[in-house]
Design a protein around this ligand. Structure first.
Ligand code: DLL
Length: 432
């Protein structure tokens, strides 16, 4: 493997001891920033018994990190719109927002340096995937409040790519543009990759120039990745990030060795905790990812409980030369777990099981039906002709330990969403 790095490859391959020293220093600065620059944070520190004005003086760095309070989406919601912002509004240059299903939206403001930091993280991802200056990238997430479109754009500028900023939708036009401009890279949400693949299959055409897919934003099982890789005949990368850490790519991506997502550790410190107790879990054990940003200015996060489930895959130097920690692909969210008839499982397990069945297509719905307080599950899925409901049910029973009801549909019959795919639906059968 001949790895390609963005400008500052030194940072990506820092010896572990130097990386730790850098993290210590940056964490101390971040603690100072939030405790001196923001009332919400100051109160939060005080609420767990920390003297906000004194903490920075004695704070040693990473070894003291578990003394800090955790934060969550709730803190963003309570402080909407800019209550956690640590710089004067005059210094802000952009914001992004995620809506979520309940309460106030979550806002991330950016200073100029934050935008540059975001662009650098994204540019590192692009280079890690093997892109070169001048390569054509088609950016398919929405350009707007969602961070996907703009994040991919800022990074593409830093990495000197030629941007075709299509945004989402109109797959026929996407294909036409990709052919006309010789697109080498597609960036988007994982389910958009599937949409592209289906449109190409339906029209019987191929994108000769396409070599790299950078997909993320939703749980992305090995089965789905394999379908995209084989179907599109490209190398697929799993890109990670969220509004609260500054957007797409801030938390890294897998490298060409494809053995875990490299979290940009000079920018973010990652912990994995037991979501029930809050204590750190040993490497290799699945838990909730907790992130502390080390370089953000406007709104650094301190021990942010992401809700995403993963594990530390390795802290060793990777085949690609990078020293930054690797985490497993996100397997679900703490708030996604379903408990049906006493069995706990995540929607991603249903996806993985479904995609193991030959002829099953990557479009499905998990419908949780509740009757008089009792929950039941129905799994509807699109299949090629010849695959029966019986086959699907038998396989799910084998893999999940219970057999959901459900129907099989022909290709294209289940509804599609623009942006992230909705997989789980709730239905009450109670008569009012
Ligand atoms: O989804 C950022 C993004 C855009 C990532 C485009 C990749 C591509 P949010 O809308 O704030 O930001 O949603 C963040 O999406 O906490 C995860 O639950 C999920 N997520 C993001 N990337 C991945 C991934 C963007 N690679 C939330 N695998 C996160 C699984 C992901 N889940």
């Amino acid at each position: 493997m001949r790895p390609t790095y963005f400008n500052d490859h030194v940072q990506e391959t820092l010896p572990l001891a130097s990386l730790r020293r850098l993290q210590d220093e940056r964490l101390r600065q971040t603690v100072l920033r939030v405790t001196t620059g923001n009332v919400y944070y100051r109160k939060l520190f005080e609420s767990v018994g920390l003297d906000a004005s004194g903490i920075a003086a004695n704070f040693r760095g990473i070894e003291d990190i578990t003394k800090l309070p955790t934060t969550s989406k709730d803190d963003f919601r309570k402080s909407y719109p800019l209550g956690m912002c640590c710089v004067p509004k005059m210094e802000l240059r952009e914001m992004h927002m995620s809506s979520g299903s309940t309460g106030s939206p979550i806002v991330m403001p950016y200073t100029v340096n934050d935008l540059n930091q975001w662009a650098m993280c994204m540019a590192r991802c692009y280079r890690m995937a093997g892109t070169q200056p001048g390569d054509v990238i088609q950016i398919t997430p929405t350009f707007g409040l969602f961070n996907g479109g703009f994040g991919m754009y800022h990074g593409a500028r830093a990495a000197d790519l030629f941007v075709v900023p299509t945004g989402s939708g109109n797959t026929e036009r996407q294909i036409r543009l990709a052919k006309d401009f010789g697109t080498r890279i597609f960036g988007g949400v994982a389910s958009y990759g599937i949409r592209l693949l289906e449109a190409l299959e339906a029209s019987g055409s191929k994108l000769e120039s396409l070599e790299i897919g950078i997909f993320g934003a939703e749980t992305f099982t090995a089965g789905l990745k394999e379908r995209l890789t084989n179907g599109l005949g490209i190398e697929v990368f799993d890109i990670y990030g969220m509004t609260e850490t500054g957007g797409v790519g801030t938390l890294g991506m897998d490298c060409p060795a494809h053995c875990g997502i490299h979290v940009w550790e000079d920018q973010y410190y990652a912990e994995v905790i037991n979501p029930a107790t809050g204590g750190n879990v040993p490497d290799g054990t699945i838990g909730e990812l907790v992130i502390t940003s080390l370089q953000r200015e406007a709104l650094p996060v301190i021990r942010f409980r992401t809700g995403d489930l993963t594990s530390i895959v390795s802290r060793d130097v990777c085949e690609c030369g990078r020293t930054h920690v690797r985490i497993a692909p996100i397997s679900g969210r703490t708030d996604d777990m379903l408990i049906i008839k006493g069995v706990n499982f995540f929607p991603s397990q249903v996806e993985q099981a479904l995609l193991e069945i030959p002829g099953v297509l990557p479009h499905y719905q998990i419908i949780i039906e509740e009757t008089d307080g009792v929950k039941d599950i129905r799994v509807n899925v699109e299949v090629e002709s010849g695959v029966t409901g019986f086959v699907v049910e038998k396989h799910l029973k084998e893999k999940l330990g219970f057999s959901p009801k459900g129907d099989v549909f022909k290709a294209g019959e289940l509804p599609r969403q623009d942006g992230k795919a909705q997989r789980v639906f709730y239905k009450s059968n109670d008569k009012k």
